[in-house]
Ligand binder design. Structure first.
Ligand code: NAD
Ligand code: 89V
Length: 348
């Protein structure tokens, strides 16, 4: 007899949650039994499109009525602390979208609330689960390029991200907390923790409030160096959105993720070129497919970690380290100084 499905709900049925809902429909271990959005139309539309039993406009009413194993929170960061708190109070395990919260104190509170309640917490930090990024990570972990001493992690685009996510145009802080968080997460996943960080930011697009270019240099604890840069003000065609480009140099070779989902590996004097094009389930649309597929990869990881009773890779505790880098980068840019992220934002 197969194990009963995990009963889950999705809170927030907006722009990006559509990918969560499509991806859950491909995961046989999970049944989405409820959706919730304070906008009735969005909740009802998700219920109808994904054949979900019940739709709610109030999370408290949903938690009172439903028996849930976990909740998948896909609202914007201002609501995360409250919604995670409601889930934890009911003993319901949590996945919550990045950024975890608008500030460090709320991030810590979320992680501690889940710890005290004994519920699992995974941050939906999906970039490290992209097929090309996973391929590069595996190659480095397998030792193909030896010990890495330099990385360049780069996301530069002129894509109009504000058309799908208009709230991004009015945030005082934009690219580091929305996108840099992903790029920094990839960097520390491959290169390890940062000892020092220096960042400059620029505001190029006059139509938005926050910064849209950030450039960072990191010295890692083992002495390696990373350059991490992100931009939504880069005008060139073809626009590589939303590809993260990578170059990692080790003592035995180099791995590169290049435009067009091409991975080039130089090792022991030999060059191999691989296609690392993500799969395109029918609900995905190019050029978003690499992000959409990573949602599915992340959700599969959640189920796998649950089955093995292991913490997920992007646990709350892990994500505090990435979030701390973002906060440290803002501080570095404001002070024009090199900072020590783990001293400013100790992850505990
Ligand atoms: P959105 O505004 O389109 O959707 C959020 C939805 O949540 C809205 O429909 C809103 O009505 C609903 N909502 C807000 N507060 C609620 C509450 N208390 N109870 C119930 N419903 C509530 O936003 P979005 O663009 O889908 O972004 C959501 C989150 O996903 C953000 O944190 C964003 O950073 C993140 N995101 C992540 C990725 C990624 O690749 N990981 C990509 C895009 C967006
Ligand atoms: O991840 C995000 O939140 C998105 C995107 C990758 C498009 O910048 O805003």
């Amino acid at each position: 007899m197969s194990a009963p499905k995990l009963r889950a709900a999705v809170i927030g049925c907006g722009f990006f949650a559509q990918n969560h809902l499509h991806a859950w429909s491909m995961i046989p271990e999970v049944e989405i039994v409820a959706v919730c959005d304070r906008d009735t139309e969005k909740a009802e539309a998700a219920k109808a499109q994904f054949g979900v039993a019940r739709a709610y406009t109030d999370a408290a009413a949903m938690f009172a009525a439903e028996q849930l194993d976990f909740v998948d929170i896909a609202t914007t960061m201002q609501t995360h602390r409250d919604l995670v708190g409601q889930a934890a109070a009911k003993g319901v395990h949590v996945i919550v979208q990045k950024p975890l919260a608008p500030n460090w104190a709320e991030c810590i509170a979320i992680v501690e609330t889940c710890k005290a309640a004994g519920v699992r917490l995974m941050v939906h930090e999906n970039f490290r689960f992209q097929t090309p990024v996973m391929a590069a990570r595996k190659l480095v972990a397998d030792g193909r390029i030896g010990t890495p001493h330099f990385a360049h992690v780069s996301f530069r685009s002129g894509y109009d991200v504000f058309s799908g996510q208009p709230y991004l145009a009015t945030e005082k802080r934009f690219i580091l907390i929305d996108l840099g968080i992903h790029i920094l997460d990839i960097c520390r996943t491959i290169m390890g923790e940062a000892e020092t960080l220096y960042c400059t930011t620029q505001s190029v697009n006059p139509a938005i409030v926050g910064e849209d270019v950030a450039s960072m240099i990191i010295r890692h604890e083992d002495g390696a160096t990373s350059i991490v840069d992100c931009s939504y003000a880069s005008r060139r065609l073809p626009d590589p959105f939303p590809q993260t480009l990578l170059r990692i140099e080790g003592d035995l070779g180099t791995v590169e993720l290049m435009e067009g989902y091409c991975m080039r590996v130089t090792a022991q004097g030999k060059v191999d070129v691989y296609s690392v094009e993500p799969e395109t389930p029918p609900w995905t649309t190019k050029p978003w497919h690499v992000l959409q597929e990573s949602v599915l990869n992340l959700q599969r990881h959640w189920i796998d970690a649950w089955a093995r009773d292991m913490p997920p890779e992007t646990s709350g505790a892990d994500n505090l380290r990435t979030y701390g880098l973002v906060m440290a980068a803002y501080e570095s840019a404001e002070r024009g100084a090199v900072v020590a992220p783990a001293t400013l934002y100790p992850p505990g």
